[in-house]
Design a protein around this ligand. Structure first.
Ligand SMILES: C=C(O[C@@H]1C=C(C(=O)O)C=C[C@H]1O)C(=O)O
Length: 118
């Protein structure tokens, strides 16, 4: 996968090539770093790093989601599975409340496109 940390111009990058394997984190987990800051610029650098990490995770999540959707479609199933999505949304809601629901919905829309009308 591209080095997304240096791609501040990028929106959500293209998914990894089909068949690409997950090799784990490419940098030290942010949680291991000291997040005590001594100035605004340093705090903003941490935030930029976290945002880049989030975008990288989202690209990987979207790729996995699209593979699952393709496998289900190939078996004649629906692309979208509402029961599974409700489980995901509930976890985000438990952790973060109404804003968690909004984030979960945005993540799902990113990963599976717009839900078709019933
Ligand atoms: C990835 C899946 O397919 C769709 C996408 C989901 C997702 O991006 O999390 C969840 C449910 C489905 O609507 C799945 O069923 O797990």
């Amino acid at each position: 996968m591209d080095n997304l940390v240096d791609r501040h111009d990028a929106a959500i990058p293209a998914p990894a090539a089909p068949g690409a394997t997950l090799t784990g984190a490419t940098r030290a987990p942010i949680a291991d770093e000291s997040l005590t800051i001594s100035n605004i610029a340093q705090g903003r650098q941490h935030i930029d790093d976290i945002d880049a990490h989030l975008r990288e995770l989202l690209a990987t999540r979207r790729d996995l989601s699209q593979q699952i959707q393709a496998l289900r479609s190939a078996e004649g199933g629906p692309r979208i599975e509402h029961a599974r999505e409700n489980e995901i949304i509930a976890v985000w809601a438990d952790e973060l409340g109404p804003r968690g629901v909004e984030i979960a919905m945005a993540v799902l829309t990113l990963c599976r496109g717009a839900a078709s009308k019933p």
